[in-house]
Design a protein around this ligand. Structure first.
Ligand SMILES: [Zn+2]
Length: 463
């Protein structure tokens, strides 16, 4: 757990990497980032000098990278799409696709979150594990249960993770009797209780926000979607849902909502398609829907690991970006098999390359572009682009220290007399970053800060 002691002025000294633009990283080999008592970045020095003699910073604490590594912004996938309640099902999907996957694996697990002790265990684990993977901001789906959803908000706050916590609304008969809202009215009442809870624990939304969460159109009714749209307009609380993930689902939405022009149109008709809406997946959108989403300034969370695991399809991220839509990355635990945004970054690159094999190289995402989606892109998706996503003066310090030397468990048989053999050697800084993206894992993330507060550290972290 992070300490609740007041923060000290701190200078983070060493190489740092962050996105400058969508396709360009800034690689600074000799940096110093000054962070004040409120966790805000006050200066970024690109020559590492002057650390000890900057006026007012003479007695600041110094956190230095020893060995090979760099500071990198915290991941925001925000994790822009993760079902905290599905964490115990990671890696379980068999041969299912979306609609049978929900009934077979997901609803039975989520339904069990009426047991608050079970929820406490799982949610503590999810938040600790995502922080350990460098995820400093997450947009969570909880379950329909008010006490467990509020508990997730409490746990995020205690552990110091920025989070959007959604109570899942689902009142249609697609969901089993044992796991659905009784009525549209009851769903709204329950969501209001969760909104009130967040107001109590974090009135200024410094770390925690509620997020209105209709599961997806087939789980709701026209009436409940409309009421959630009204609640969104009344409270200004952001919202999230799924869209156009799987072809059978798209057909089902057509049947259920014949009066709407399209799947995106269903949400638009309910008043939910606004600049504070995060739409997960968006694999099978028509061009008309993409333009509607762009015009409404709604955001998209791309969940490539999940889309491949439950064979939903390959999302055309380049097309979304070219249309002018903001895109971030989501793990979509547990449709996705990993809680790591680094893994999802790789998966986003792979999916784009699979599309490129049919459609040409222009659709490929580069390493730099995928890292942008994992940081600044995600920040835009959750509406926090002025606060987080990169090392800019005035932003809050959400960061991870990445270490690339001797952090992975040594395997005796492979170690030679000079110590563990590792892939990181004399390559250029740029190639070191590429090696991290394609070979790294949570063990390389040795420390994580949110708003200047240390929220995770491993034994290798030597501050
Ligand atoms: Zn999902």
């Amino acid at each position: 757990m992070p300490s609740d002691k007041p923060l000290e002025r701190t200078i983070y000294v060493g190489p740092f990497v962050h996105s400058k633009t969508f396709d360009e990283l800034e690689l600074c080999e000799d940096g110093a980032i000054g962070v004040d008592e409120k966790g805000k970045i006050t200066f970024v020095d690109r020559h590492g000098t002057g650390v000890s003699n900057r006026p007012g910073w003479e007695s600041a604490k110094v956190v230095r990278i020893s060995g090979k590594g760099f500071f990198f912004p915290g991941f925001i996938g925000p994790d822009s799409h993760i079902h905290a309640s599905q964490y115990p099902n990671l890696g379980i999907f068999g041969k299912s696709t979306l609609l049978d996957w929900l009934q077979t694996y997901t609803f039975p697990l989520e339904g069990s979150f009426s047991d608050l002790e079970k929820a406490r265990k799982i949610y503590n684990r999810v938040v600790a594990r995502t922080l350990a993977n460098g995820t400093t901001t997450a947009a969570y789906y909880a379950t329909i249960h008010v006490p467990a959803t509020n508990l997730l908000a409490d746990i995020c706050q205690t552990r110091g993770q920025r989070a959007f916590v959604g109570r899942v609304c689902m009142n249609s008969t697609l969901s089993p009797d044992y796991y659905r809202d009784e009525s549209a009215e009851q769903a709204i009442k329950a969501s209001r209780e969760c909104i009130e809870h967040v107001k109590k624990i974090d009135p200024a939304n410094e770390l925690i926000s509620h997020i209105i969460t209709p599961r997806f159109a087939p789980s709701c009714t026209k009436e409940s979607l409309k009421m959630l749209g009204d609640l969104h307009r009344e409270t200004g609380v952001p919202c999230q849902t799924h869209i156009s993930e799987n072809k059978n689902e798209c057909e089902l939405v057509k049947e259920l909502y014949p009066e709407s022009k399209s799947y995106a149109g269903v949400y638009d008709d309910a008043g939910l398609l606004t600049d504070k809406m995060i739409l997960a997946h968006a694999v099978h959108l028509t061009q008309e829907e993409k333009e509607l989403i762009r015009d409404r300034k709604s955001k998209i969370s791309h969940c490539p690991a999940s889309n491949t695991a439950i064979t939903s399809g390959c999302c055309r991220v380049r097309e979304l970006m070219d249309t002018g839509i903001d895109v971030g990355l989501g793990t979509d635990v547990s449709g996705g098999f990993s809680p790591s945004i680094l893994e999802v970054t790789r998966q986003a690159i792979w999916v784009s390359r699979h599309i490129a094999m049919h459609e040409g190289d222009h659709v490929k995402l580069s390493t730099e572009e995928a890292l942008y989606l994992a940081t600044r892109g995600g920040a835009k998706v959750v509406g926090l682009e002025d606060k987080i996503g990169g090392f800019d003066v005035g932003k809050e310090f959400d960061a991870q220290m990445v270490r690339l030397d001797e952090v992975q468990d040594g395997d005796d048989e492979l170690d030679d007399e000079d110590g563990p053999v590792d892939i990181f050697g004399n390559e250029s800084f740029e190639n070191t970053v590429a090696k991290w993206v394609y070979n790294g894992n949570h063990q390389n993330t040795v420390a994580v800060w949110v708003k200047g507060r240390l929220v995770h550290q491993t034994k290798k972290f030597a501050a």
